[in-house]
Design a protein around this ligand. Structure first.
Ligand code: HAM
Length: 422
């Protein structure tokens, strides 16, 4: 029996890798403009890191982590998200001594044992950003501006920004108490999950998607009416900075997020193109207490993570032409000119041109068919006459335009994308 991939995981095949590479390089390019540097953390960490930071009562820690004991019996988990590992690394390496504000990003796989469905996988990939060391609302708006630029550069559209404030340890407990009292009155009308959360984590009731619960939840008190003065002012300034940047947004007081470390500003980006449920492309917010919770000094933090699989769905319709083919396909008449062909391929590669040579003994016609299939930009035909004269016919595959080039001019011709140089 053939062995298949594990449910909820998927292979990224060459036919779709172009878009992934474009997303990654656009992220690197745009984040660099704002002074962000890449940080790579291990794929597994001590389980305690996630239990302490994401919250022991959260869905992620309760039921979604891939956890196992190593040979010494220490609990280890595959990372379900990137914020806690970044903060751990930040503290472990004393990055706070290096500069007062650290702007970091990461790209990589995350693991959650959720029920797989469209847009929800067990191994998925995030592009994430974390800024440690500043609690300025203008910086939050700048992070969002950077995210908007990144999405715009990729051509993603129909994405909506939702923002909220989930308060701080000063004001949230008061709100949670009021919320709990109200939930107690509604118990019979709520779904089983909401009933459970009403006692374990009342804020998460606001996140429920069950249709029958919606009218009841809509009638619950809003956290925005219970923020302390500091949180209220911070949230107002954040919104003012977004307006200054001309970034449209909607305030949604039910947006509480599923991870316990958030304080103050939270946000999501959603798209109706993703369907009614797994519609969040980006989730993020402020987590000022997290470094302290992990044994570090009090340090403000803010960031987001974007799900690459979901972004890919939004971009797929623009995907045509992204599959990277070779720059030039070197088609040779027969084995007698193979050595010359390989020499030419080497020279072109030395100059940064990707050159493809077939080793299957195909006829010239079959090689041209292969060049087409590979989406090669150019083809060059090599026979005895060409080798002797040092002049090679180069065909631009897109429109069939053909010219003859001297051997040493081929690379620059191809680099200039077919602009005729002689
Ligand atoms: P999150 O909301 O759990 O936040 O995940 C962020 C994004 O990852 C989601 O909006 C979604 O696009 C994607 N995602 C999450 N789970 C799955 C899944 N099972 N399958 C496919 N995509 C998924 C965090 O992870 C926080 N660490 C974000 C953050 C960074 N907050 C502050 N800094």
């Amino acid at each position: 029996m053939k062995i298949k991939s594990v449910r909820g995981t998927h292979d990224l095949l060459p036919e779709s890798i172009g878009l992934w590479q474009q997303i990654e390089s656009t992220a690197r390019g745009v984040f660099r403009l704002y002074g962000y540097e890449e940080l790579r953390t291990p794929i597994f960490e001590k389980t305690e890191l996630f239990a302490r930071s994401i919250g022991a009562e959260s869905d992620i820690v309760q039921k979604e982590m891939y956890t196992f004991n190593d040979s010494k019996g220490n609990p280890i988990s595959l990372r379900p998200e990137g914020t806690a590992p970044v903060v751990r690394a930040y503290l472990e390496h004393g990055l706070h001594h290096d500069k007062s504000v650290q702007k970091l990003y990461y790209i990589g796989p995350m693991f959650r044992h959720e029920r797989p469905q469209k847009g929800r996988y067990r191994q998925f990939h995030q592009v994430g950003v974390e800024v440690l060391g500043s609690d300025h609302p203008a910086l939050e708006a700048e992070v969002i501006e950077m995210l908007v630029r990144f999405l715009r550069d990729l051509g993603a559209s129909e994405i909506q920004l939702l923002v909220n404030s989930v308060g701080c340890p000063n004001c949230r407990p008061g709100y949670v108490k009021i919320l709990k009292e109200e939930l107690d009155k509604l118990q019979d009308g709520l779904c089983a999950e909401c009933q459970r959360r009403s006692t374990t984590n009342p804020l998460r009731v606001l996140d429920c998607k069950v249709p029958a619960c919606q009218p009841l939840i809509d009638g619950l008190p809003s956290i925005l009416d219970h923020l302390c003065e500091e949180c209220r002012q911070h949230f107002e300034q954040f919104q003012a900075y977004l307006e200054l940047q001309n970034i449209p947004f909607e305030v949604v007081s039910r947006l509480v997020r599923g991870l316990d470390y958030y304080v103050g500003t939270t946000f999501e980006m959603i798209s109706s193109k993703l369907g009614p449920t797994q519609n969040a492309v980006v989730g993020g917010g402020r987590y000022d207490g997290l470094p302290e919770l992990l044994g570090g000094p009090p340090t403000p933090g803010f960031g987001f993570a974007l799900g690459i699989e979901r972004l890919v769905v939004l971009l797929e319709e623009n995907e045509t032409g992204l599959r990277p083919g070779p720059d030039i396909f070197l088609a040779y008449l027969d084995e007698s000119v193979l050595q010359e062909t390989l020499g030419l391929a080497r020279e072109l590669r030395d100059q940064g041109i990707s050159a493809y040579v077939d080793f299957e003994g195909r006829s010239l016609k079959a090689q041209m068919r292969l060049a087409n299939k590979l989406h090669s930009l150019f083809t060059c035909i090599i026979g005895d006459d060409e080798v002797k004269s040092g002049q090679f016919p180069i065909k631009r595959m897109e429109d069939g335009h053909q010219i003859t080039q001297a051997r040493e001019a081929i690379a620059s011709y191809v680099k200039e994308d077919g602009v005729i140089t002689s």
